[in-house]
Each structure stands twice: as structure tokens, then as C-alpha cells.
Design a protein around this ligand. Structure first.
Ligand SMILES: [Zn+2]
Length: 307
């Protein structure tokens, strides 16, 4: 059994960065009516995962990961960083009390447009519209994926057309679609959660000109800094695959003062990773607990060596 000890030591200096989205009170059956339901994890499963992380791993903060990349500190063995993308309200309502119970400080990447309200995510809007028209989920997901492949102007025009036709009011939407208010973001920040940017409108950045990208990246930073009163130095690429951003994106992030950026490319992040191409593990809402535990302990290093 000594091999497990060696395995654990060899892989000690890297962090498993987990990418969550929303948390929900609904049962899997009730989740069917929620747009992009695979993004929302039932609250009891979320708590089981967080308890598991707290018990067997070492939760770290983004600051510690950045310091390790800059050679200022060392990562503990079996490091885990919890992150959330998009900025759903459930992070404030449901995830925050659980994370505080287990003393875990996550990073939350918020989509922050320049207007007065933090709005609904565009893929959720598209989903609600076509669901109202009676389209099948599979077809709607195909439409959303197709829209991500469009040039930015075409995507915006298609979205505009949908928004003009839809009578879906924000009040009638499932609570899973709701995005945090400014007060929610401020409260998370005050509670020690790190707030990062996820752009202004969640576009596919590689489909935009450098100037357009610059606006998305700078505007969201300014807005979030105004809300939190703290520097916003981390970014998560919308959609996050390698084809969703480009060299311009990385250059602009550096120019605007971001110290790090996360993809959704699967893998560990370590002190010698490219700080603007950090990898994460995407935790889907329907990932069974046994599978989560298996991945954490067998694929990802466990705190307790089996010797
Ligand atoms: Zn996102």
C-alpha cells in the first residue's frame, strides 16, 4: 500500500480548483423546469461535498494560490480552491451559510454589466424563451451552443430579437435564474469571499474585437471594485474553453491589472501553471456524491494517505 503514499507526495504541490455555478433547494425531478439545470447542485449534495473537502483536504484561498504562483508562499498538500462562476443569487442565499460553517473562503466570478441592475444570464433568457414556445430541452441547448459559435454582433442581434419577442418577466422566473444584487455581492465581499470578474455580459471573448474585449474586461472590473471597495484581480473566462478566448484577451487582462484568470479546461493548477490559463474541475449539479468522492480521493490527492 506504500505506493499511495508516494502518489500523494508526488502530487502534493498542486491545487484542485473546483468550478461550481448555482445551488438549489429543488429535487432532481423539480429541476427539469429550470434553465440550464445541470449548473445547479442540490443544496444537500453541496453540503456533503464541502464537508468532505473540509475533512479530507486543505481548502485554500485564491490569494494563497496567487502568492504560490508568485513564489511568495507554498501550497499546502491536497489544496482545494472552491470557485463559482456567473454570480447566481443562490451562492449568497444557500452556499454562503454552508461555506461559512466549514470556514471555506471561495472565489466568486460575477457577470457584472455596466447598467444599474445585475441582470439575468443570456443563456438562461434564451432557454426560458424557447421553453415557453414548447421546444425540447435538447433542441434549446443546441440553439444556445450554436449562438456561442456566432460572431459577437450576430449573437447580440439574435439575442436582441429574442428579448423583443419574449414576455418573460424577471419576477416569474425560477429563482435559480436570479443573479445577485449589488448588496449580495457587497455582503459576500465583506464576509471574506473573493470577488472576481466574469466579464460584463458573458460573451464569447474570442468572437470579439480587441476593443470590444477591452470594454467587457475593464467595465466589469470597475463596477465590481465600486461595489466591493476592493481591488478585483482575478477573472474567469466566460464559457472558459481554450477556443473561447485568445492572445488579445490575455494581453488586455494583464494591461487592466488582473493577476490571474481561470479557464474551464479540466485539470489541476499548480505554482508553475500559466497564471492566465489556470485549470479547474467543473462540478455538475448531477454529479453523484460517490463519484465526487471517488474523483477527489483517487484522481485528486487525498489528505489521508492509505499506508
Ligand atoms: Zn459563466
Amino acid at each position: 500500500m506504500g505506493g499511495y503514499g508516494l502518489f500523494s507526495r508526488k502530487k502534493a504541490k498542486r491545487a484542485a480548483v473546483l468550478c461550481y455555478h448555482g445551488v438549489t433547494r429543488r429535487s432532481p425531478n423539480e429541476l427539469r423546469e429550470v434553465p440550464n439545470s445541470f449548473l445547479h447542485i442540490p443544496v444537500h449534495l453541496f453540503e456533503a461535498q464541502i464537508r468532505f473537502i473540509e475533512k479530507f483536504f486543505n481548502p485554500i484561498t485564491l490569494d494563497l494560490l496567487v502568492d504560490a504562483m508568485e513564489g511568495k508562499s507554498l501550497l499546502p498538500d491536497r489544496s482545494v480552491l472552491v470557485t463559482f462562476d456567473d454570480g447566481y443569487k443562490s451562492v449568497h442565499q444557500l452556499a454562503k451559510p454552508i461555506l461559512e460553517k466549514y470556514s471555506i473562503k471561495p472565489s466568486v466570478f460575477v457577470t457584472a454589466p455596466g447598467g444599474s441592475a445585475l441582470e439575468m444570464m443570456w443563456p438562461d433568457r434564451v432557454f426560458c424563451y424557447f421553453q415557453k414556445l414548447g421546444q425540447k430541452d435538447r433542441d434549446i441547448y443546441q440553439t444556445i451552443e450554436g449562438m456561442k459559435e456566432l460572431g459577437n454582433e450576430q449573437r447580440k442581434a439574435a439575442l436582441e430579437e429574442i428579448l423583443q419577442k419574449t414576455s418573460v418577466s424577471l419576477d416569474s422566473l425560477p429563482e435559480e435564474c436570479r443573479i445577485m444584487s449589488e448588496e449580495d455581492v457587497r455582503d459576500l465581499s465583506k464576509s471574506g469571499f473573493d470577488i472576481g470578474s466574469h466579464s460584463s455580459t458573458h460573451p464569447i471573448l474570442s468572437k470579439m474585437s480587441a476593443d470590444e474585449q477591452s470594454e467587457e474586461i475593464a467595465q466589469s472590473k470597475v463596477r465590481l471594485e465600486k461595489i466591493t471597495g476592493k481591488p478585483v484581480e482575478a477573472f474567469a473566462y466566460p464559457n472558459g474553453r481554450v477556443q473561447d478566448f485568445n492572445e488579445d484577451t490575455v494581453r488586455i487582462l494583464k494591461e487592466k491589472g488582473y493577476r490571474t484568470a481561470f479557464t474551464t479546461v479540466e485539470g489541476y493548477s499548480s505554482p508553475d501553471s500559466d497564471p492566465y490559463r489556470l485549470r479547474r474541475f467543473f462540478v455538475m449539479g448531477n454529479l453523484p456524491t460517490y463519484e465526487f468522492c471517488h474523483r477527489m480521493t483517487m484522481s485528486w490527492p487525498s489528505k489521508y494517505r492509505v499506508v
